[in-house]
Design a protein around this ligand. Structure first.
Ligand SMILES: Nc1ncnc2c1ncn2[C@@H]1O[C@H](COP(=O)(O)OP(=O)(O)OP(=O)(O)O)[C@@H](O)[C@H]1O
Ligand SMILES: [Mg+2]
Length: 307
């Protein structure tokens, strides 16, 4: 976890349902408790009536502008339209012009509809928040953790600037796009975090995702094996328990759990062999709602002390 703390942007990604939102919320709470000024973000979805991140943090809603929900901890929804507006402000000669352009329905619809532009808006909004300074000149958000909605998204964020640059290689738009891409690919400032589950197929999928991330030159910072079952046995105890269960019919209570523990051990071994970054183990916790992320954040803190 410690290796993540110096990063400016942490992109949390992984397959559906593996725990991306939970991990983003837990990491945010943990980093805020470590004293970082943290902003945790989700991609705004105008049609959505609920927000998984809001639920995980125990807040009613998440808005387009950051607001503080705990000491050192703010939340925001990254809205493409705001990114477009900042983008136009940066590339057009005058603020008035940019605002007028955004008010023009045709331009707004164009920016929302062209397939690459919503992502570009998200990326530019992220860049904007990374650059935001306090009055004393220090950065406003030391660490921005982004809960990405689906596996492809982190890659889409990187693909878009690259394809845009091929079409518009120079000028102010290209310069702005290039800055976004530079942030995304800078291992000092940015790190992707891949979340997965301790089972065979999810691990295979995570390894594919890791490959995709590396191909797009997005720096991989950490892999989290989430929902790992509590494992009370030493190696010898395990052999002994297995010998008790072998040949037992019908299966004894707990035999299934033991198999799940075994699969988790295999998953961890496989992941650790295959990736060059740290693999963090996150326990399966018997909680839900906001208490889950709070508990996971304190487990992260305990781990930190023991390392
Ligand atoms: N470590 C954990 N212990 C117990 N439950 C967990 C843990 N991590 C996640 N969960 C539960 O698993 C479910 C899925 O988690 P979460 O919503 O974070 O996944 P996600 O990857 O963000 O999903 P989506 O792809 O839909 O955005 C939730 O009900 C959450 O409470
Ligand atoms: Mg989610």
């Amino acid at each position: 976890m410690k290796s993540l703390l110096p990063l400016r942007a942490v992109l949390v990604t992984g397959k559906g349902g593996v725990g991306k939102t939970t991990v983003a919320a837990s990491l945010a709470r943990f980093a805020a408790q470590c004293g970082k000024r943290v902003l945790v973000a989700e991609i705004a979805d105008e049609d959505a009536t609920t927000s998984a991140l809001a639920d995980a943090l125990g807040v009613a809603k998440i808005t387009d502008e950051p607001w503080e929900i705990a000491p050192n901890l703010r939340v925001v929804a990254l809205a493409p339209a705001l990114g477009h507006q900042r983008f136009l402000r940066d590339v057009l000669p005058m603020k008035v012009l940019a605002d007028a352009a955004m008010r023009a329905g045709a331009i707004r619809r164009f920016l929302a509809a062209a397939p690459t532009f919503p992502e570009m808006g998200v990326l530019y909004r992220l860049l904007d928040l990374v650059r935001t300074k306090r009055r004393d000149g220090a950065v406003e958000h030391e660490m921005i953790i982004v809960d990405l909605p689906a596996t492809g998204h982190a890659l889409a964020l990187a693909q878009i600037p690259a394809s845009l640059l091929r079409v518009i290689p120079s000028g102010p738009i290209a310069a702005a796009v290039r800055e976004g891409l530079e942030l995304l690919q800078d291992p000092v400032r940015t790190g992707a975090v891949v979340v997965t589950l301790p089972e065979t197929l999810p691990v295979s999928e995570a390894l594919e995702l890791v490959q995709g991330i590396e191909q797009h030159s997005i720096p991989l910072a950490q892999v989290f094996l989430n929902r790992v079952p509590f494992d009370p046995f030493s190696d010898e105890e395990r052999v002994f328990v297995r010998s008790l269960l072998d040949g037992e019919r019908p299966p004894m209570l707990g035999a299934r759990t033991l198999e799940r523990i075994d699969r988790a051990r295999v998953a961890l071994e496989r992941l650790s062999q295959a990736v060059s970054v740290p693999v963090g183990v996150l326990q399966d916790v018997w909680l839900e709602g906001p208490r889950l992320a709070e508990e996971m954040a304190s487990l992260m803190a305990v781990e930190e002390v023991h390392q």
